[in-house]
Write a protein that binds this ligand. Structure first.
Ligand code: GLU
Length: 302
């Protein structure tokens, strides 16, 4: 078993992070497996070396150890580029220059009905996009003005790694998953059904390379989990909806799908989800106030 904790160094780790990291660590240790750490620092604007240093300090204080070297997403652009090139060559991507306002306008056009919101924001696809049709014979545009979106319609035709349903053009896949709260499309059975038709309607054409980053959370997380050989992804219930996007990408990129464990979210006394900027709940703060690592374990219900 290989588990991981993959924080972004954009703020202090709080109790919710502690729960995620401790759970992933405990799971790996109980199975005589390996616990890995990955620094998700593709957002160069918001990532800061001091937050990264604080992550190592907080996790070590909590009693966690991890295999070295630590993977840092800022050092992985070559892998992201290779995957984007492969998807581009298969005509699965298209460049999109739309900004937020263009997207809202396109999605609000009378023929579209009310804009739908998916896990990645407004559900947006190629047919709504006013950008020029892509010239696939040309090399993939890199950075600068265009984002690269995954065409879910094309992905549906590619069907990689997916089983065909009896209905024509319907490719789907069932994935083992565990949710602590028992919620989710198929909470009872612990299975997620990933269906390209559903992805087209409920998620839309996700951005795989942001114009300012040359990659995206979805692409990087999928490639890195595979590169690190992660067998069990432990993460918050808030990412449940994103998991179907990741499973679809694994199919398209011929990567294995790990088992997903979505855990409950740690909430504050008012029942509000802990936000990263809620510094009052930072682990370092509890530590400064004299709490012990065991106190933190108790606070998150471990
Ligand atoms: N880096 C993400 C975060 O800080 C988590 C990534 C994941 O578990 O997929 O929320």
């Amino acid at each position: 078993m290989i588990t991981r904790f993959a924080p972004s160094p954009t703020g202090p780790l709080h109790l919710g992070h502690a729960y995620s990291a401790l759970l992933a660590f405990d799971m790996a240790m109980a199975a005589n497996g390996t616990f890995l750490l990955r620094i998700e620092d593709i957002d160069r604007q918001r990532s800061k070396p001091e937050w990264e240093a604080q992550i190592y300090e907080d996790l070590a204080w909590l009693g966690l150890t991890w295999a070295e070297p630590v993977m840092r997403q800022s050092e992985r652009q070559a892998a992201y580029d290779a995957a984007l090139d492969a998807l581009w060559d298969r005509a699965l991507l298209y460049p999109c220059h739309c900004n937020r306002r263009d997207i809202l306008e396109a999605a609000s056009a009378p023929q579209e009905g009310a804009p739908l919101l998916g896990p990645d924001g407004i559900v947006f696809n190629r047919s709504m996009c006013p950008c020029e049709a892509p010239a696939f014979a040309e090399p993939r545009p890199r950075g600068g003005t265009a984002a690269l979106r995954l065409s879910m319609a094309q992905a549906s035709l590619a069907k990689n790694g997916f089983t065909h349903r009896t209905e024509p053009n319907r490719a789907w896949r069932r994935v083992r998953c565990f949710t602590e709260t028992g919620k989710g499309p198929d909470g009872q059975h612990g299975l997620i059904e990933v269906d390209y038709d559903a992805l087209q309607n409920d998620v839309g054409d996700v951005v795989l390379a942001r114009r300012d980053m040359g990659t995206s959370y979805h692409l990087s997380v999928v490639l890195d989990d595979a590169a690190q050989g992660v067998t069990h992804v432990v993460r918050g219930q808030d990412l449940f909806e994103a998991t179907q996007i990741h499973v679809a990408l694994q199919g398209l990129l011929y990567l294995p799908t790990p088992t997903y464990h979505h855990h409950r979210l740690i909430r504050d006394d008012a029942g509000k989800r802990l936000a990263k900027r809620d510094d009052a709940r930072a682990i370092s703060r509890y530590r400064a106030d004299g709490a012990s690592p065991d106190d933190i374990r108790r606070m998150v219900g471990l």
